[in-house]
Design a protein around this ligand. Structure first.
Ligand SMILES: [Zn+2]
Length: 310
């Protein structure tokens, strides 16, 4: 576990000042980590840029609270000492945390694609963290202020994403909702986030908070049905599902959980190692047709998906 605190050090130095320090911000904006953060937000269709970060920092330094929905730099600024303590605590527990991550992932995934990772600390925004390159993980320290218990869960969730991929992640995980690709896009995201969430929550038996899976499955099922039966443009129809990322995590968790119950990590490997969303989807629907569970897709959507998966 390599920890990289460079971005937090400069951010904290910037926010400790009484006035905005252009020179220091220039150093900040040229960090690889800031570029990665901007890129991450771009993938999620957010409008983060060097300028938007700069404006929010200036507002926070000037004590302007109105600007705090986006990066929450105001709140970050109020808690600098506390954030430094969290970083120190992670640093002190590095060894235990690394061991725990490997122990927690073991029941769900094979060892091979996992490696020692670099953890970059940052603060601001709503995400707990993200990982878009093999071996690189971003952890939002500010998020841990309110939920310190989630640290290990977030670490292991991102660790799953950071496994070695046989492709560039930015080429594979693309929001492409064209007629040909919308099912691939939808289920790539669902299985990747679903298994990461399963590992994050299931180890501690915390998945039970996801009791709205059928409500969200209906949104997904209706969106797919509208596309093939009413010729609804996929981009518009799938937006009903993707406008709230909770849908993706909850539905993904439900599908991953069903696959895991079916055949343990060997079944999850169809995704973890082979990235075969069709095989995973087929197993999920077939499981439901055996009568043990209800998939949450309508019968027509199940038929349509099974045909697509053949
Ligand atoms: Zn994730």
């Amino acid at each position: 576990m390599r920890l990289n605190n460079e971005m937090m050090e400069i951010l904290i130095a910037l926010l400790r000042k009484d006035s905005f320090d252009e020179k220091l911000f220039y150093q900040f904006s040229n960090l690889k980590q800031v570029k990665d953060l901007i890129n991450h937000d771009k993938i999620l269709n957010r409008k983060t840029s060097v300028d938007s970060l700069k404006n929010s920092l200036i507002n926070a330094i000037n004590g302007n609270n109105d600007d705090d929905q986006c990066y929450m730099f105001n709140d970050v600024r109020k808690n600098l000492d506390e954030l430094e303590k969290i970083i120190q605590r992670i640093n002190n527990q590095k060894k235990i945390l690394t061991n725990n991550i490997f122990t927690e992932i073991e029941p769900y995934a094979p060892k091979e694609p996992f490696q020692d990772c670099t953890y970059y600390f940052y603060a601001g925004g709503i995400d707990g963290g993200f990982s878009e390159k093999s071996g690189e993980i971003y952890i939002n320290i500010h998020n841990l202020l309110r939920s310190p218990d989630e640290l290990e869960g977030i670490l292991v969730h991102e660790f799953y994403h950071a496994r070695k991929h046989p492709f560039e992640i930015s080429d594979f995980f693309v929001f492409d909702f064209s007629e040909d690709n919308y099912l691939k896009t939808t289920f790539n995201f669902i299985f990747e986030e679903g298994i990461a969430t399963l590992i994050q929550l299931e180890y501690r038996k915390r998945g039970e908070k996801f009791n709205n899976n059928y409500e969200y499955m209906k949104i997904l099922s209706d969106s797919i049905e509208d596309i093939y039966s009413k010729n609804e443009p996929p981009e518009k129809s799938m937006a009903n599902f993707f406008n709230n990322f909770d849908h993706m995590y909850v539905v993904g968790y439900w599908l991953a959980h069903t696959l895991y119950n079916h055949g343990g990590k060997e079944t999850l490997n169809y995704w973890t190692l082979e990235y075969d969303y069709k095989k995973c989807l087929k197993i999920f629907i077939e499981e439901s047709r055996k009568g043990k569970i209800k998939s949450g897709f309508s019968k027509e959507v199940e038929d349509y998906l099974l045909k697509h998966c053949c």
